[in-house]
Design a protein. Structure first.
Length: 143
């Protein structure tokens, strides 16, 4: 079995490091996968789910995390994801996320400064991305 070293790093800590057969992540042009012997690449990552599998066949899930964006440094023997923020998918509660989205949407009109409105709009977009990620992740694990 051919593997590579996968690392997921958040600003405050190293979230995961270990052997992987396959990792998938949300690139700016869509989701892409990384396996051993991948060509060298630096990729910008969008908000979405980073999944790590023990084998290239993607039959054994070694972990899944929601990231709010970041960068991936990829080479033949490694893949390092430097994420802006990381949340384990198992920790995300759909009802809680929907309530937070509702609160953010209701609060948007309370702000007068355009900079504050931009920040809240970004928070709303990230919350929607979390909700989509959880819905898709749960649907793909329900089978």
């Amino acid at each position: 079995m051919t593997t590579f070293t996968f690392s997921l790093i958040a600003p405050e800590s190293k979230v995961m490091e270990g052997p992987a057969g396959l990792a998938t992540m949300p690139g700016v042009t869509g989701e892409f996968g990384v396996g051993a012997a991948h060509e060298a690449l630096i990729a910008v990552l969008d908000p979405g789910v980073v999944r790590v599998y023990e084998t290239f066949a993607a039959d054994t899930d070694a972990g899944a995390w929601f990231i709010t964006g970041g960068y991936a440094d990829i080479g033949p023997a490694h893949c390092t994801v430097l994420a802006d923020a990381v949340e384990p998918m198992a920790d995300l509660d759909l009802a809680d996320l929907r309530q937070k989205l509702k609160n953010l949407t209701e609060d948007l009109d309370l702000y007068e400064e355009e900079a504050d409105k931009r920040r809240v709009r970004r928070d709303i977009a990230l919350m929607r991305a979390r909700i989509r990620a959880v819905e898709f992740y749960r649907a793909s694990h329900a089978a």
